[in-house]
Design a protein around this ligand. Sequence first.
Ligand code: PLP
Length: 219
Amino acid sequence: MTIAENYETIRNRVSAACARAGRSPEEITIVAVSKTTGIAAIREAFRAGVRNFGENRVQDAEEKLCGLLDIRPAFTFHMIGRLQTNKAGLAVKLFDVFQSVDSVKLARALNERSRRQVPVLLEVNVSGEESKGGLKPDEVAAAAREIAPLERLRLEGLMTVAPIVSDPEMVRPFFRKLRRLRDELGLRHLSMGMTDDFEVAIEEGATIVRIGRAIFGEQ
Ligand SMILES: *Cc1c(COP(=O)(O)O)cnc(C)c1O
């Protein structure tokens, strides 16, 4: 299957999940996670209509962007991985959206180093797995209160990475929990759902899904 075919399949599956949930596919932004691919695959996806890409490392993003300058204004790069505070200055030059802000310290660093308004999402560890990054659910409200006044950041929502399970139904409670938190905070976006579980995430209210393998293939 080509990237274009994969992307079409994903769009159809997004539409079907929306139909089941009584939602419109226009509510959903598909972020194609290109972290395991290179410039050629990103270009191919771009030609197929993909306009949002996810990367998890500053260095990789920098290298890829150097080869994509001609189309750069026409797509957005989403930071979806762990970011060290000392790389905030470079990162704000490369990324359009920060989905994985997991501390007030990082938010402050991004705010300090940015020259423009930066949309950010707070990453929440809803499953409590030790290996995962993200704020604990009971830390999110306090972090949001501290981040809200930062003048160059726009806090737009919450993001989570669900545990790896055999049956996507098993992660539904985690998506529900993130949605409840988002509703309590009155935020707009809910970034949840990946290749194995995005349909359940859409049924539970996701507005952003982050799809890697199902678009670019297993690497
Ligand atoms: C890799 C990654 C994805 C995409 O995962 P797939 O299972 O390949 O769709 C989404 N979100 C984050 C944070 C990732 O690191």
